[in-house]
Write a protein that binds this ligand. Structure first.
Ligand code: AOF
Ligand code: ZN
Length: 357
């Protein structure tokens, strides 16, 4: 089963909004076939593994990281393929919470005389499928909230001047993330002050992330890099106002290929839940938030961060400036680990109780 998980992870960034799934077929003490869901629209893991095993799948055990589907989606049901191959046992790490599968896959296998076991490495399976389950259960994408700060907590100096705090290794981690998520969210102030490109560079690109700017008053100038490159990478601006209020600004942005989407507001700010729901409706599974102090605090306060990546640079700004405010009992609700990234530290917090199925 461990091998099946390793295989499954190879689909990361390519299979979403589907789950990552891996499958290993074992006969006696030998692996006779293995496979994983490669990209959205491709065959499922079981099909690749069964193909590799050929006739050796008869009387074998199939280890799958997720309940085999018993319905016809873009491809025929995996249960039918396992039955046809005369597999004897199926071991699945977790059931598939999708309403069209949920239990049906197991029932079909059992009805055909296959012995089914579930729950092997269940925690691993829950962790692997978190973005998939988050979409299903919460109708929003999985959110990774990231920022960089100095030792004394500050993200920027009071004059609004930002500078690069962290080094190459941290940048590489962020670029890897950018290369596999569906969207990258920034606030208007970060977009204006940092003038970032938000594209993934010098890493293998798995999908092109949509750049999303939260700009309730539609104040970003059309000269920003994000706007000027809107034809190369999709760019969305969520705004609180109707486009008519800002007809000229909206027109300049739209002309350059930026998509302007109206969004609900809360206390003069973009309603994060509404924005995230709109991204969900576009089929997005993973969203990276590259936050400044205000946006990071807002995501944490709304309990909308599934993972937090806080890079800490060995510097002290030594002046009064804004830092991120954590909600009460944050450290109890998240599993926090720390890693080094050259001379920077990365505190990585993962929500402890992932959405249960
Ligand atoms: C499996 N094995 O490898 C995967 C499964 O996009 P489709 O139509 O191919 O199917 C996607 C659904 O199939 C997805 O929502 C999930 O319920 C299941 N994914 N099942 O047996 C796989 N990727
Ligand atoms: Zn399937």
């Amino acid at each position: 089963m461990r091998r099946a998980f390793t295989l499954a992870r190879r689909g990361e960034g390519r299979v979403e909004p589907n789950p990552m799934v891996g499958c290993v077929i074992v006969r006696g003490s030998r692996i006779v076939g293995e496979g994983y869901h490669r990209r959205f629209g491709s065959h499922h893991a079981e099909v690749y593994a069964l193909r590799a095993a050929g006739r050796r799948a008869a009387a074998a055990t199939a280890y799958v990281t997720l309940e085999p589907c018993g319905h016809t989606g873009k491809t025929p049901p995996c249960t039918d393929a396992l039955i046809a191959a005369k597999v004897k046992y199926v071991v699945a790490a977790m059931s598939d919470p999708a309403p069209e599968v949920a239990g049906r896959g197991f029932r079909k296998l059992r009805a055909a005389g296959i012995e089914v076991r579930t729950g092997c490495l269940n925690d691993e399976a829950r962790s692997l499928t978190r973005p998939y389950v988050t979409r299903l259960k919460l109708q929003r994408p999985y959110i990774i909230l990231k920022w960089a700060q100095a030792l004394d907590g500050w993200l920027s100096a009071p004059d609004g001047q930002r500078r690069q705090l962290t080094g190459q290794a941290a940048a590489r981690i962020v670029h890897r993330l950018r290369a596999r998520v569906d969207a990258i969210i920034v606030g208007a102030s970060t977009a204006i002050v940092d003038n970032p490109l938000l594209t993934a560079r010098d890493v293998p690109i798995k999908r092109i992330a949509t750049r999303v700017i939260l700009d309730s008053r539609l104040r970003i100038p059309p000269t920003l890099k994000l706007v000027r490159t809107a034809v190369q990478a999709p760019t969305i601006v969520f705004t609180q106002r109707s486009r008519d209020d800002h007809a000229r600004a909206a027109q300049l942005l739209t002309q350059r290929g930026v998509e302007i989407l109206p969004c609900k507001s809360r206390n003069q700010r973009i309603d994060l839940r509404d924005a995230l729901h709109q991204l969900y409706q576009r089929g997005m599974s993973n969203v990276l938030v590259e936050a400044g102090p205000t946006l990071a605090t807002a995501f944490l306060a709304a309990d909308l961060a599934d993972e937090v990546m806080c890079f800490v640079a060995p510097e002290a700004l030594g002046r009064e400036a804004k830092s991120v405010r954590f909600p009460a009992r944050f450290a109890e609700r998240f599993d926090i680990s720390h890693h080094s990234a050259d001379s920077d530290a990365l505190f990585h917090a993962v929500r402890r109780s992932p959405v249960r199925t």
